[in-house]
Structures are given as C-alpha cells and as structure tokens.
Design a protein around this ligand. Sequence first.
Ligand SMILES: [Zn+2]
Ligand SMILES: [Zn+2]
Length: 421
Amino acid sequence: MACDPKYKALRGMPDLLPETLEKMNWLEDRSRKIFRVFGYEEIRTPMLEETEVFTRSIGEDTDIVEKEMYTLLDRGGKSISLRPEGTASIIRAYIEHGWANLQDVVKLFYVGPMFRGERPQKGRLRQFHQIGAEMIGGKDPVVDAELISNLNELLSELGVKGFTILINSLGCQKDRKVYKEKLASYLKEKISSFCPDCVRRADKNILRVLDCKNENCKKAVKDAPIMLDSLCDDCSARYTALKNILKDLKIPFSEKKDLVRGLDYYTGIVFEVTHPSLGAQDAIAAGGRYDDLCKEMSGPEAGATGYAVGVERLLLCLDEKDIPKKNKGILIVPVGDDLKLDAFYLAGQFRKERIPCETDLTGRSFKGQMRKANKENRKYIVILGEEEKKNGKMLLKNMTDGAQETLSFDEVVKKVREELS
Ligand SMILES: [Zn+2]
Ligand SMILES: [Zn+2]
C-alpha cells in the first residue's frame, strides 16, 4: 500500500523493481551472448574514480564535466567522482594493466550504472545504465566496421526495430584545427544570437555550439561549414573505406554531416543510433573513435573505438511482448493444515532438482492459495492431499488449460523440468 514515507529514493535515481530488472537481465544476457560471438570479454571498473580521469578525457568544457558530474572529496581530501560514462575508466584500466604490451586489439564490454546530475525526464535519469563496448589497439577502418556491425547485431538480437545508424567523421586533431577556424569565422557574426552557454563555448570549444539544443543556436549553425570538407586525405580515405565495408556487410546507415558528440575525446569516425520512439534529440546508442585518449591520459599511443547503449532508452524502444516473461515455478498447495509441512518438504525436493517451487508461508486457506497462484500467473500447481500422500503421488494441475494428472514425484519432475528450470 502506498504511504507517505519519510525516506524516498533520490530524484532521478529510482529503485529497479523486479519487473524492470527482469527485463534488464534478459537484455543483458542477450547482449552477453552477442559480445561472446564477437570475442569481447567483460570488464567491471569501479563506480568512483579520481575526478581527473574524467576531466582529462571527457573534456573540461563539456556539459558533463561542467554541470553534471557527482564530485566529492574523500577523507584524504582527494577529488573523486561517480563515473558519468564508461570509456574513461576503461582506458585508465588499459593503461594501468599494461594491455598495450599485448600488441593486439583488446575487446572489452561492460554493463552497469552511470551517474549524471541532469534534469530527470523520460529516458534521462541521474543513475542510468549502459551496455558498452570498446576496441582498443587498432586504427584500421575494419575495426570500426566490426564495432558497428557488433552494435547492429546486438540491437537486432534484442528485437529493436526501425533504428537508424548515423555516421560522420570528425577528422584528426589537424583537421579539427582547420575546421574550428572555418567554423569560428562563419559564426563570428552570429555570436550575439547564441545562448549564454554557447557564447562561452564559442571561445573555448566552438564545436560544442554544433550540438547545442537551443533553437537560436540551432538556427545559427544550420548552414555552417561541415567537418567532412576539412578532412585530410588519410581521414577521408578511412571514412570512405568504412562506408564501403558497411555496404558490403549490408548494414544500413545514413550520413549525418553535423553529427558531433558531446565529449571531447572523439576523433575520426563517430556514430549514433536513433529510434522513432525517442525524441529527436535522443539516441539509444552512440560512439566513435577516440585515437588520442590513451595518450592524453598519459598512456601509450593506441587507436581505439567504442560505443554505449542506454539501457533505459533501449527499454522504451522494445515491444513488451518481445521480452519473455519468466515462469514463476510451481506452487505446492496442501489440502488442509495437516499437510502443510509435507508440502514444505516436497518443495525442498523439487528445489534439489532445480525446479523453481514455493509453498505458502502465510497460513492462507486452500482457496486463498489457489487465488494467489492464479494472480501470479503460475502455469503449474501441485495439490497434495491425504489420498495422494498415501500413494506417494501428487496432483499436477496445469493452470492454463485446467488439465490435471495424478503423478509421482519423478513424473512431475520429468514433465515440468524443461519448461521451468
Ligand atoms: Zn585527418
Ligand atoms: Zn547554445
């Protein structure tokens, strides 16, 4: 019964209730299967890191670092932050464990909560969950193609329909410098119409203006020069190579020439996946190349690319009926209080066979227990009466079609095992 409790979960950080978790677990299990097929291994980095891990990588003048990070001082006075995304920590781990020495493309995936102090709204929470993948140690466009193909398989496996993969290239540092100058001179006249954030951005990192959601800013950049026109030969060749491989793989994609990402570390090929059930601004997944990040974080030179899928957003795109509901297992209902303990011990035997099974623990009447089984949508109940007990049998009732049979324990196990365990 809902009451007005003294303590409530923080805004934007809701409890994950069993019904949601069942879906999330299904989604994670499915994803793990796809990652395995592509040769990824799972990694779990801690929720908290030194703040610098994020500021150095995501960028000082990004929205995330400027206004969304949960930062605190630990008891020793060191600044630490809850992770707002997964990549920075993974690169920190890649460097710390010396994986560059493997001279290989390291493929890692992760699943877990991230934290950003945003204004909570549909599909946007302060504690949200991501499933992500990183490929570190390779620069060939075939690496990008494999990553995007992995994401495409993952979304298909999860039954997401009607999604669009959008790609672009942000070029290397050199290209970016050229482009920033072009953009700055184009926008010079328009700065007065920018939102206050962008007035500041125009000075610090003009690229940020491109993904501002303010209507005036959007208008100002509408016909701005595009990044692709500033790519060097090498970046341009990589971008073309990727497009050709994706075509060969029959992975549908569209080019989005104004696609920038909200984090500073991206270089070269970037992408986003959108879905009609989310607003125009929101992507279910996003990622791209970040070839300079490892070095930026005082590690070796290592080409890298990755993506993250927003789990809560993904759930908004899925059809409820495509997510299988877990069967609740058997309820053993004794006829009369004298058999209560027999039912309880029988449940133990089923559990030894790893068949999910429960008995009523509250003292409900026989009728009450039947009602409970119905309400919980249990497919099977086992009724244990004196007669059955005497013959070493029990009554198995299929609640869906009402069919019932008197069977021995072994026969029941044989009958339900495949469906329930
Ligand atoms: Zn370049
Ligand atoms: Zn703006």
